[in-house]
Design a protein around this ligand. Structure first.
Ligand code: FE2
Ligand code: FE2
Length: 193
């Protein structure tokens, strides 16, 4: 379960299937935001050479995913719409208090990224298993495989740059907080809705 405390209600897939254009639009921007996060980590922490290298690779990979989703939208005769608000991420990012040292700030960014990757991966898996459209099942299965490693990479970086014990405690607290957010979600045709 990728460390997650609460699985997504499988009925969410029924909502998604009623509006595939909406989920693909929202999903495209999730990939773009994943790439943007990787780039912002490079800008914010240029002295962390190992992180910089991985974030260069990740931003490319995530933009590759963005392109795949964009192609899927075009294939179906649609045009990419405007970005949707991600209430899940906005809510999640209220967890850690603002301020603190640069290292603390880095650890918090890495833990948020790890969690968003883990939840996205769980949702991709659900889509790949439960959607009735075989083309989309295959599409989400492929994406799930390539996303699976991102969550562990972010968590490992958090443990590398922060204090291991402190990071593990924060991770558990964040997972519990996320489970509370998830109780209210699973009702909208967005990737984290
Ligand atoms: Fe991705
Ligand atoms: Fe990812």
């Amino acid at each position: 379960m990728l460390g997650l405390k609460l699985p997504t209600d499988p009925r969410w897939v029924n909502i998604v299937e009623k509006n595939v254009e909406e989920i693909l639009t929202d999903h495209a921007y999730c990939e773009q935001k994943a790439a943007s996060t990787a780039i912002s980590l490079i800008i914010g922490f240029p002295e962390k050479s190992e992180l910089v290298k991985e974030m260069v690779a990740l931003s490319r990979e995530e933009m590759g995913h963005f392109n795949m989703v964009h192609e899927k939208i075009l294939e179906r005769g649609w045009t990419l719409g405007r970005e949707r608000k991600d209430e899940y991420v906005l809510e999640l990012m209220k967890f850690f208090p603002k301020g603190g040292s640069r290292t603390t700030h880095l650890v918090h960014k890495l833990l948020y990224a790890a969690l968003i990757e883990a939840r996205s991966c769980e949702r991709f898996r659900l889509l790949s298993e439960e959607m009735s459209d075989p083309d989309l099942c295959e599409f989400y299965r492929k994406l799930m495989v390539s996303e699976a490693n991102h969550y562990t990479m972010f968590l490992q970086f958090a443990r590398k740059y922060g204090n291991r014990e402190e990071v593990d405690k924060k991770w558990q607290d964040l997972l519990n907080y996320e489970a509370e957010i998830m109780k209210k979600l699973g009702k909208k045709e967005t990737m984290h809705g």
